[in-house]
Design a protein around this ligand. Sequence first.
Ligand SMILES: NC(=O)c1ccc[n+]([C@@H]2O[C@H](COP(=O)([O-])OP(=O)(O)OC[C@H]3O[C@@H](n4cnc5c(N)ncnc54)[C@H](OP(=O)(O)O)[C@@H]3O)[C@@H](O)[C@H]2O)c1
Length: 232
Amino acid sequence: MARAQAKVIVITGVTRGLGRALAERFKTLGHTILGCGRTREAIQQLRQALGKPHDFDIVDVAIDGSVRKWAARLLAEHGPPDLLINNAALINRNAPLWQVPAEEFDRVIDVNIKGVTNVIRHFVPAMVERQSGVIANLSSGWGRSTAAELAPYCATKWAIEGLTQALAQELPRGMAAVPLNPGIIDTDMLRSSFGDEAGSYASPAEWSERAVPFLLQLGPKDNGKPLSVPSR
Ligand SMILES: NC(=O)c1ccc[n+]([C@@H]2O[C@H](COP(=O)([O-])OP(=O)(O)OC[C@H]3O[C@@H](n4cnc5c(N)ncnc54)[C@H](OP(=O)(O)O)[C@@H]3O)[C@@H](O)[C@H]2O)c1
């Protein structure tokens, strides 16, 4: 691919699910993937499978200091990303809100809202300085509707919708921030809430065939729009 078309793409949560499928498909198109997750073995496996110039690191997005160090290293080595995908997230175990333990509620908030903000805090200033780039924050159907037994998760995805639209109002011309509903895909997260019924939905690899071209065409025209990956 011509150097001018090859994008530098940061993706959080690349060890499995949607993040992993995105990383693999972007790689086949010649883009450079800079990804993170917490699972050491999966990060090591990605390093071996995808090789350089791609870069995979063990980072918990909920820890601001870890994200700061990770971003500083990547920005020094690769410059500002063209596309920043805040994909990493957790879902609570299905339960009525009053039965969700405080620690579990805190963890969902810490990863799904504070983690996204940590990544924005440390990558976006370089993008703003260059006045280009797209920030896609993974939302959900449950960021625009609700479901019983998933109140903590719904709260975080509604937060992502509002946070992202406010961020869009702060960006300079030439940039975009969008909340992105990926659809319903058979991942570990979906299996947590849907059980075996998750198997009737698209695999992450199938989904990435639609998601990758959609992500690559995002630009300033989309700033602040709540978007969804096209369905089959
Ligand atoms: N699957 C769906 O149908 C669906 C529907 C709507 C929205 N979404 C959204 O799509 C995104 C991806 O979901 P998924 O279904 O692929 O979930 P998943 O299969 O559970 O994968 C989540 C990814 O996030 C990473 N992660 C979790 N906590 C992290 C942390 N603190 N720091 C860094 N990485 C972390 C996980 O890696 P480690 O465990 O290795 O850290 C994993 O790679 C999420 O934002 C989710 O809310 C999914």
